[in-house]
Design a protein around this ligand. Structure first.
Ligand SMILES: Nc1ncnc2c1ncn2[C@@H]1O[C@H](COP(=O)(O)OP(=O)(O)OP(=O)(O)O)[C@@H](O)[C@H]1O
Length: 414
């Protein structure tokens, strides 16, 4: 059996009031992509951070290449051969690609940086990864995906043994994910061990050789990907067996399929943005839209809210056909929208909390009907009561394809 390049044994980490890791064991083999899986709060980030010295360890041992190690920080870990590339690229977008690859470790002669050597070595490195990137161009002019490849190139040039990729695909579209996976396969073939943290289950099955599952800070197990079915993986992540998951499907719903849906979109679409899709949402139901960046999730939500106008299909609310002329129509139908860009689209940060809420209230009433001062204080408590009493009963997930044409319900949450 191949000897592990990295072994973590009995790792425990306590934060005030939270046991983030309890006696966790983890093994990483050279030349493998190893997915670290678990629900939010399972302990994935903490395990990476104790490995790379961001946090100290309460108990446990780390052995790298046969030698016990305990890093004092990510820089020391990097020099020992363990590099991390995070979802948020921590490079300098205003510097060139070559400068970013060699920043802090530029080759010098008599104190002067040898720029031609920097460019040549950067170009060689990127060529080795079959990346066609101009090393003299400013990094910030490239897409996030390319910037991520540059970060990976830098990481493996510094230390080419263990590469940790923490949620690397969260901001990439399908084509960029393919490009990243090609690079990952190449690094794997060169013998580099890759620790891959992601929430995208389909990507794990595409790229990972083995999977370690964490739950509530404990290791559930280590499995060859080929021997763990998707439903078993989900079961291990959430701590429920297959039969329980199947029974969840049969849970009584608080609505009948024959009930008139609250929202009923039939072949709704917008040219150039979302191909026609159909979707129903019943009272008390939570429907999840899942898909990669660019798959059309946000665009679907914007069409339902009227933030963008549909040019195809029909939308009905509470059984009545509606022409969404804009957010005002949606608000009149009691539809609210919480944008993913809350800071730029959902709030005016210069205003107080109260002023932001009053603005929303004013928008529903129209500017000709000012809100009485007394109502401005009572509205929030009234609304939160309404929200807590209207508990959702059931969650469905719908996956959107790049053109938002397909709809696939996977499993109910909870
Ligand atoms: N710095 C911290 N201080 C206190 N508690 C923390 C800290 N970092 C993490 N935790 C807690 O430790 C537990 C594990 O968190 P961790 O971030 O490692 O989980 P995760 O699996 O990476 O989740 P996610 O997928 O959401 O990133 C959680 O309960 C979290 O709230």
């Amino acid at each position: 059996m191949t000897e592990a390049i990295l072994t973590m044994s009995g790792i425990s980490k306590q934060f005030p009031g939270v046991k983030a890791l309890s006696e966790v064991d983890f093994r990483l083999l050279p030349g493998e992509v190893h997915a670290l899986m678990g629900e939010n709060g399972a302990g994935k980030s903490t395990l990476i951070k104790v490995l790379t010295g961001v946090y100290g360890i309460d108990r446990g041992d780390i052995v790298l290449d046969g030698r016990p190690v305990r890093f004092s920080g990510p820089l020391q870990a990097q020099h020992a051969g363990v590099s991390t590339v995070y979802q948020e690229i921590n490079l300098c977008p205003n510097l060139s690609v070559a400068e970013n690859i060699f920043i802090g470790r530029e080759p010098r002669l008599f104190g002067h940086i040898r720029w031609s050597l920097v460019r040549r070595r950067a170009a060689e490195l990127l060529r080795r990864l079959e990346l066609d990137i101009d090393v003299s161009a400013t990094l910030g002019t490239y897409s996030l995906a390319v910037q991520q490849m540059v970060a990976i190139a830098r990481a493996i040039d510094i230390s080419a043994r263990v590469l940790i990729l923490d949620e690397p695909t969260s901001s990439l579209d399908a084509g960029e994910v393919r490009q990243l996976f090609r690079v990952m396969r190449q690094l794997k073939d060169e013998g580099i061990a890759i620790l891959f943290v992601t929430h995208f289950l389909d990507q794990v099955y595409e790229i990972a050789d083995r999977i370690t599952v964490l739950r509530n800070g404990r290791r559930v197990g280590e499995f060859p990907t080929a021997e763990l079915t998707l439903i078993d993986l989900v079961g291990k992540m959430i701590g429920k067996e297959l039969e329980v998951l199947e029974r969840l499907e049969d849970r009584p719903k608080r609505f009948r399929e024959s009930d008139v849906p609250l929202v009923d979109a039939r072949e709704l679409g917008r040219k150039g943005a979302v191909a026609p899709f159909s979707l129903t949402i019943h009272k008390g139901e939570v429907v999840g839209l899942a898909g990669l960046l660019g798959s059309g999730r946000t665009e679907v939500a914007r069409l339902l809210y009227g933030a963008d106008r549909a040019d195809h299909g029909q939308l009905s609310v509470d059984g009545e056909p509606v022409t969404m002329r804009g957010p005002r129509t949606a608000m009149a139908k009691d539809i609210a929208f919480c944008s993913e860009n809350r800071r730029t689209e959902g709030l005016i940060e210069e205003l107080t909390v109260r002023e932001n809420i009053v603005l929303a209230m004013q928008a529903t009433r129209g500017w000709t009907r000012p809100i009485p001062a007394a109502a401005r204080t009572s509205w929030w408590t009234g609304t939160s009561r309404r929200w807590t009493s209207g508990r959702p009963t059931r969650t469905r997930w719908c996956a959107t394809s790049p053109a938002a044409t397909s709809r696939r319900c996977c499993w109910p949450a909870g």
